[in-house]
Design a protein around this ligand. Structure first.
Ligand code: ZN
Length: 357
């Protein structure tokens, strides 16, 4: 490889220093740094409007600090001229909020991602005016839960599952909705399988027996039931968590299954409720890898840059361009897919600056 020093610094391609055991934080941050619509929200300053509106409600050491330091970090990574950036200020804002969580020697990237997204949502949420009616055309089975809080996080990452539960005695049908920001998928095979296998396993019909029986309002007792999930709201960015950490007879173990996932055109049509199949094809833009065992493992990230359209490997401060063929890897732990092509976040910001001046 040619020396990167001789090349101009690429926007959105910056290494992150490791502040001691923070490879998990860094891998998740790289994935978010390649989520262009999220980055654009921060670089353009749009987040400030939401933040300032909520400001009077906040106490010191609150989530607004997390959002502000996240904005600084994204600015450094996208608009700074250094090949390497320190996430320390962002990290200490998080430590202030949740000292116990951040002290954990080995963090889980999935937990950490949810936690960062929650913090950003809390800082930036707006209250939506509640609609007093529901669209009569919407089928009952796929009713969308109308949440009254919205933020850039919910707009991009929030999806909704609909559970269709049928009492096996009287065939009475019940529905349950659940929102998600990360979809945790079971791994059905030990050595090799495809992402579609994991999805099929997650969305297949399940029978609720024994302790999992449900209360049937028609039978008025607990009954066995058949349950099936589908996606009633597909998020613009869908994150899959591959459940590699498994508990088997109280023993924790890691599944090292080589899971094959497509880089483009992941089709979610079979799992999306028919009424909501708007953009069922998804393209991969980031992968968080986990190497090693449960304790003392190491995280890295592969991310696609929206400027160069090339993939890069991020291992803390080490950054290298990788061919598309290297993106499929047996260590994948989190997969980030988008149903829309990304624009370059800084282009929008520049044009806004121009119009302002
Ligand atoms: Zn029943």
């Amino acid at each position: 490889a040619e020396g990167r020093e001789s090349q101009p610094h690429l926007q959105g391609v910056a290494g992150l220093r490791n502040a001691g055991g923070s490879c998990c934080v860094n891998a998740v941050l790289q994935s978010l740094c390649s989520s262009s619509p999220l980055v654009e929200h921060f670089l353009s300053g749009k987040y400030l409007t939401a933040l300032q509106k909520n400001m009077p409600l906040f106490l010191p050491r609150d989530c607004s600090e997390v959002a502000t330091t996240f904005a600084y970090l994204m600015t450094d990574m996208w608009l700074g001229d250094s090949d390497c950036v320190s996430p320390e200020i962002f990290r200490s804002a998080l430590v202030n909020r949740y000292p116990a969580f951040m002290k954990k020697t080995q963090q889980d990237a999935q937990e950490f991602l949810i936690y960062v997204l929650n913090e950003l949502h809390e800082a930036l949420k707006k209250y939506r005016r509640r609609r007093s009616y529901e669209k009569p055309s919407t089928q009952r089975c796929c009713k969308k839960v109308i949440t009254n809080e919205t933020s850039i996080v919910t707009q991009l990452f929030e999806g909704q599952l609909n559970y269709n539960i049928t009492c096996l005695k009287c065939e009475n049908c019940m529905y349950k909705n659940e929102v998600f920001t990360v979809l945790s998928l079971p791994i059905p095979y030990e050595y090799e399988c495809s992402l579609q296998d994991c999805l099929q396993c997650f969305f297949q019909q399940d029978t609720l027996t024994w302790n999992n029986q449900i209360h049937c309002s028609f039978c008025e007792t607990k009954q066995e039931a058949a349950m099936r999930a589908n996606i009633s709201k597909a998020p613009k960015i869908i994150v899959f968590h591959l459940k590699r950490f498994d508990v088997l007879d109280t023993m924790k173990r890691k599944l090292r299954t080589n899971i094959h996932y497509p880089l483009t055109n992941l089709d979610l049509t079979p799992y999306i409720c028919p009424v909501f199949r708007k953009h069922p094809k998804y393209n991969l833009f980031a992968v968080v890898n986990h190497f090693g065992d449960l304790d003392g493992g190491h995280y890295t990230a592969f991310c696609k840059n929206s400027v160069t359209q090339a993939w890069y490997s991020f291992d803390d401060t080490r950054v290298s361009e990788i061919p598309d063929t290297s993106v499929q890897i047996a260590t994948a732990y989190l997969l980030f897919y988008s149903c829309q092509p990304f624009s370059i976040p800084i282009q929008k910001c520049k044009s806004q600056d121009d119009s302002a001046s």
